[in-house]
Design a protein around this ligand. Structure first.
Ligand SMILES: [Zn+2]
Length: 68
């Protein structure tokens, strides 16, 4: 089934959006602290989104609890 929308087009515009905000902090990404996010381009069309939590973030602590 198809709704007639070209998927590649929306995919490409998402990449354009990422390259526009690359290396600029984007507020948000975590409900428990004042986190921000950064986008890094790994390769053409491949981007990495990183969430930077505050040190005191309870979500971050619970996420990595028991891994060290
Ligand atoms: Zn957080």
């Amino acid at each position: 089934m198809s709704n007639g929308r070209p998927f590649r087009r929306s995919h490409r515009s998402m990449g354009d959006l990422f390259s526009q905000v690359e290396d600029q902090p984007i507020p948000g990404g975590c409900d428990a602290c004042n986190a921000f996010q950064t986008v890094t381009t790994i390769d053409t069309g491949i981007h990495s989104l990183t969430v930077h939590h505050d040190d005191w973030c309870p979500l971050l602590r619970s996420r990595y609890a028991g891994t060290n």
